[in-house]
Design a protein around this ligand. Structure first.
Ligand SMILES: C[S@@+](CC[C@H](N)C(=O)[O-])C[C@H]1O[C@@H](n2cnc3c(N)ncnc32)[C@H](O)[C@@H]1O
Length: 488
């Protein structure tokens, strides 16, 4: 593979040719970029027709998987000999083409490239190699948005793949350990991270094996969560060899051995829905960890949708094997008692609490990404909601910006029929607290203790103070743990 100096050389070539996200987007235009997001290279290819400058050739080589004349590739890439020697480029007569994809990637803070196996483009549906390394998938970007971005010392990026999570983690973590079972993933992640000048300790091995006795402030993963017959589990990027959702279960149950006090695990994955209520089944995974938890089930698929989705992903949808593989998969679900499949997000916090707070819910509603801050806020809120009544009453609470109040009712009537507080951030939660508690909530601007606000609202609305106090305290704990309020 590439040496550090060859990666640095390649980086210079990419920068000098203007092969960065903003420049490439500007060159191709939004419609062609949107085409590529749908795996269609034809709009970009047409846009570049007849253009032979280094930027156009790098787009062809690294993004469109097209061959480029060797002399032009030499002009665009000072590092060409190293790339040929490492097998990242292969020559064919006077043409050269890339064996990997190098996709410009970034946001306001990050300018990078993702090195992965090439995305099949233009309707080509080829079964991927067993050690295929996926690029930035929708699951990768969703996971990236679930991760709290508070500054921490150490992180484990379990199943790093192309290295995309580590790229983002480098912005707020001192030391990154990134693991993968697939040696090819580590090779490509080395290039992704090297090009971004990110340092990470890359280790080969399964699940927590490479970090035997180590603990971290944060563990993040979208493990190979596809539930499929183990004998057919050929694609390392998406399926393990454990029965049913056993791999997800192991990720969750063993995490606690590797979390520092107050450490957080963030997982995106799938779980089996059996005849046992799913909340009960997942709480059996979580209970032995002793952690606080938040589990959000975002979507449920029936077995047919699920199998069709993943057979198509494996490029098997128009092959002669299709019907047989489909049937085998359904038989496997029957044998395991899998009725449907849940897809969602799971977060653990090693709070060390005597009575851990575990919240497991269906959450199919639209959310405001990134929700990482809302997940961190949930755990902070759980801790704050444990305060005694006296402590709650003495605090000066501040309502979070972005909560709006919606009222529906008969014009002119004092009490609306519905009064909803709705978050326009994070998980977009909504609640109907009633007029009096909503008035107390509205007064929470961090200036006065809660007890004073309750008294004032009580006398303003002519509500008895003691019941209002009890009612407010009960609801307030929920508003705090759901992230409507922060302790000023
Ligand atoms: C769904 S991909 C996620 C890759 C990357 N984290 C991302 O966000 O795109 C799952 C990754 O886990 C790796 N993997 C598979 N089995 C594993 C295991 N038992 N232990 C560690 N990693 C594994 C795969 O090679 C793959 O890179």
């Amino acid at each position: 593979m590439l040496t550090d100096s060859a990666i640095a050389h390649l980086r210079d070539d990419l920068v000098n040719a203007g092969y960065r996200l903003a420049e490439v987007t500007g060159r191709l235009g939004e419609a062609a970029v949107a085409g590529l997001a749908r795996n269609s290279a034809i709009p970009a290819r047409r846009g570049l027709a007849g253009q032979t400058d280094p930027q156009a050739d790098l787009i062809r080589l690294w993004l469109l998987a097209d061959a480029v004349p060797l002399d032009r590739a030499r002009r665009a890439l000072g590092a060409i000999e190293e790339l040929l020697a490492a097998g990242l480029l292969i020559g064919n007569g006077d043409q050269v083409r890339a064996t990997v994809e190098l996709k410009p990637y970034g946001d306001d803070e990050l300018s990078a490239w993702i090195c992965s196996d090439p995305t099949p483009l233009d309707g080509r549906s080829v079964p991927p190699r067993h050690d295929f390394v996926l690029g930035a998938s929708p699951a990768s970007t969703t996971l990236a948005q679930l991760i709290p971005r508070d500054h921490v010392e150490t992180v484990l990026d379990l199943g790093t793949g192309c290295g995309i999570q580590a790229l983002h983690l480098a912005e707020h973590v001192e030391r990154i350990v990134a693991t993968d079972l697939n040696p090819r993933a580590l090779q490509l992640a080395t290039i992704t991270l090297g090009l971004a000048q990110v340092e990470a300790d890359l280790r080969l091995g399964s699940l927590y094996e490479p970090v035997a006795a180590e603990r971290f402030d944060l563990i993040v993963t979208n493990p190979p969560y596809v539930i499929s017959p183990p004998a057919r589990s050929e694609l390392v990027y998406r399926e393990g060899r454990q029965v049913s959702d056993g791999l997800m279960r192991t990720v969750v149950t063993e995490a606690v051995e590797h979390l520092n006090p107050d450490g957080t695990l963030i997982v995106l994955g799938n779980w089996a829905l059996t005849d046992q209520p799913w909340e009960e089944r997942l709480s059996e995974w979580i209970a032995p960890t002793g952690c606080d938890a938040l589990v959000l089930q975002r979507e449920v698929l029936d077995p047919y949708e699920y199998v069709e989705l993943w057979l198509a992903d494996a490029g098997l949808d128009s092959t002669t094997e299709y019907a047989q593989r489909y049937t085998e998969w359904l038989d496997y679900f029957d044998d395991c008692g899998i009725r449907r499949i849940g897809m969602g997000w799971l977060a653990l916090r090693a709070s060390g609490r005597e009575h851990p707070q575990v919240r497991i819910e269906d959450w199919p509603h639209a959310v405001h990404q990134p929700v990482g801050a809302a997940i961190a806020g949930h755990f902070a809120g759980v801790a704050a909601a444990q305060l005694s009544d006296e402590q709650l009453l003495a605090r000066r609470w501040r309502r979070r910006p972005g909560v709006i109040q919606e009222t529906i009712g008969v014009p002119g009537e004092a009490d609306p029929q519905h009064l909803v507080l709705r978050q326009q951030y994070g998980l977009g939660r909504a609640t109907e607290p009633g007029t009096a508690v909503a008035a107390v909530f509205g007064a929470c601007d961090g200036e006065l203790p809660l007890s004073v606000l309750i008294d004032a609202v009580g006398s303003l609305l002519g509500v008895e103070e003691i019941p209002l106090r009890a009612q407010t305290l009960t609801l307030l704990r929920r508003l705090i743990s759901d992230g409507y309020l922060s302790g000023a």
